[in-house]
Design a binder for this molecule. Structure first.
Ligand SMILES: [Fe+2]
Length: 254
């Protein structure tokens, strides 16, 4: 197979893989406007393999981020997204209050997958004024992909920890596009924050909690006041740790 046809083949395979996965995810929650039947399950197998590798550490966390980006960067989700019944998604998610609403997704078991997957899949929804306030993570990697509405995203590298503050460095501050991959890890872009810029926003999420199972904690660690930091050397900011209550109070517009 020459380079061009190999690339075409991979692109089309990945499109099918992506389509299958997201369709399956949404179908689990009966969110498709009409049934779609696709027969490729390799996407979940690939994510499972990458996640197992990052848990056992032959794969660095930043390499997991690169692998996820590599899978999804070549995907054109437009056709699939036309099939999603966003009205039903909206009703199912019950978007009330300043916080994000989450649907846990349990993908159907397919050949090549172990009985227990190493990652969780979810759909997040936010209505206008709600927010995922700036927060950091420990012992966790995750992906958020906008699948509907309009969303602004911020990322920061975590440079250093202090008793009541974090030193962070801005790495992203822009509107996100549908189908775009954003990821966090302990190594790169550890802090993120999302705000809808229209009436609503939805993201497809893959989360890998407690990467190192020997450690007790692995997840969203604590909130920080990323928008009101003290500018220090370079682009770095010293930002205050926040309680969940204060974070939603400061960052939601409800
Ligand atoms: Fe997060």
């Amino acid at each position: 197979m020459d380079n061009l046809s190999r690339r075409n083949f991979s692109t089309s395979l990945l499109q099918s893989i992506f389509a299958f996965s997201l369709v399956e995810t949404l179908a689990t929650n009966e969110l498709l406007a009409r049934p779609i039947h696709l027969l490729v399950s390799d996407w979940m197998v690939e994510v499972e393999a990458a996640t197992r590798a990052v848990r056992k550490q032959p794969l660095a966390q930043s390499e997991w981020q690169g692998k996820i980006a590599e899978i999804f960067a070549r995907v054109e989700p437009k056709d699939l997204l036309r099939a999603i019944d966003f009205d039903r998604l909206h009703r199912k998610l019950k978007l009330v209050g300043p916080q994000e609403a989450i649907i846990d997704v349990e993908p159907a078991r397919r050949k090549g997958l172990p009985p227990e997957l190493s990652f969780d899949a979810m759909i997040y929804g936010m209505k206008k004024g709600a927010v995922i306030p700036p927060h950091c993570h420990r012992n966790m990697v995750s992906m958020h992909m906008p699948i509907g509405g309009a969303l602004h995203g911020w990322h920061f590298d975590r440079i250093a920890d202090e008793a009541d503050h974090l030193i962070i460095k801005p790495t992203m501050d822009r509107a996100l596009t549908i189908g775009e991959v954003t990821t966090v890890s302990d190594e790169k872009d550890n802090v993120h924050w999302f705000q809808p810029t229209g009436e609503v926003a939805y993201t497809f999420n893959i989360a890998v909690y407690r990467l190192d199972r020997a450690q007790k904690f692995g997840g969203r660690q604590f909130y920080v006041d990323a928008a009101h930091g003290e500018k220090i050397e370079g682009d770095n900011l010293r930002v205050k740790k926040l309680s969940s209550e204060d974070a939603y109070k400061i960052y939601s517009k409800l």
